[in-house]
Design a protein around this ligand. Sequence first.
Ligand code: NAD
Ligand code: TYD
Length: 340
Amino acid sequence: MKTILITGGAGFIGANFIHYIIEKDLNIINFDKLTYAGNLENLKNIEKRKNYTFIKGDICNKELVEHVFATYKPEMVVNFAAESHVDRSIHNPNIFIETNVMGTANLLNIAKKFWQNDFSNKRFLQVSTDEVYGTLPENNTEIMFTEETPLQPHSPYSASKTGADCVVQSYFDTFEFPTLITRCSNNYGAYQFPEKLIPLIIHKAMNNEKLPVYGDGKNIRDWLYVEDHCDAIWTVLEKGNIGEVYNVGGNNEIQNIVIVKTILNILNKPESLITYVTDRLGHDRRYAIDASKIKKELGWSPKFTFEEKIRETIQWYLNHQDWVNNVISGDYQKWLKINY
Ligand code: NAD
Ligand code: TYD
């Protein structure tokens, strides 16, 4: 049985990924610092599985990560661990540089040290984002991000993810270390922290609170259901060519205001809740992913439609109001005071 080290597995995508792989013939080690965004409730129903182990820790901690490698001898690493919220990165960039850049470098160094005698059958997959490419013009929908698009990040978050990607790629170029990088568009689904657009709007609309829409609301994101992302990551782990980058997207560009109105419509809530607020600093206008490489080379494409999964996602948050109230207590309340 192979051992896979998942970092950040208590967060949104990491937890969904662990659910996605739990039935596979794998020994799963989840290593997570449990920041405000990490929540073991997300894994409650699998915590007793024999093939699952949780370790609380920081990817920047050299001794502890070395201990994990020495003890569990993972052959694969999937690095989800990150500070992930753009607005927070504008308020406090430093932790983004520490975790996203330095933490990734620490993981690479330790994996390289433990794997150095034999890179065959080893995989280090860096979970990255389309935001590393910067922004696209909204009036030319034929232009999309490809893997060849130059990296031009704008926010401290995307800059830190770009830094990490460059370090990861350099380990392949320099040492032939077995890297893979996936760059995905915006995800939605269960277990997403309600600071991100979709769960935030669902939560506030359910409580008849004002819905903050930044700027003119016409910024465009490409939305992908989280399970499709998990499937893409697994496909790249299994079939991807070492040293390569794979874009992952939903071919599903939607303006923010359309997302907000769609949620209100499904919840049967009035549009008068919408409140236009001051725009995010350096707000990227449009993201759009050309995912033809992963489709052509690895046969991956999204399985789910937005129309189907947004309804299911809203229902999930309606059914899990205790989860929402639990994760937004504490740190989130402080954050709201700074932000709105
Ligand atoms: P998240 O914020 O929900 O979860 C991040 C997890 O990492 C949390 O469990 C947190 O406790 C953990 N973590 C943070 N710092 C850590 C550290 N120093 N050491 C160990 N664990 C730490 O994020 P997410 O939305 O699940 O994103 C996961 C990854 O996917 C990130 O790398 C993000 O950049 C990338 N990504 C996210 C999206 C998206 O739409 N959410 C899209 C593309 C790529
Ligand atoms: P977000 O979910 O933070 O993801 P990202 O910034 O990584 O794309 O935001 C998605 C879009 O929604 C982005 O254009 C910013 C906008 N937005 C709002 O208009 N209001 C909000 O309260 C939030 C959190 C985001």
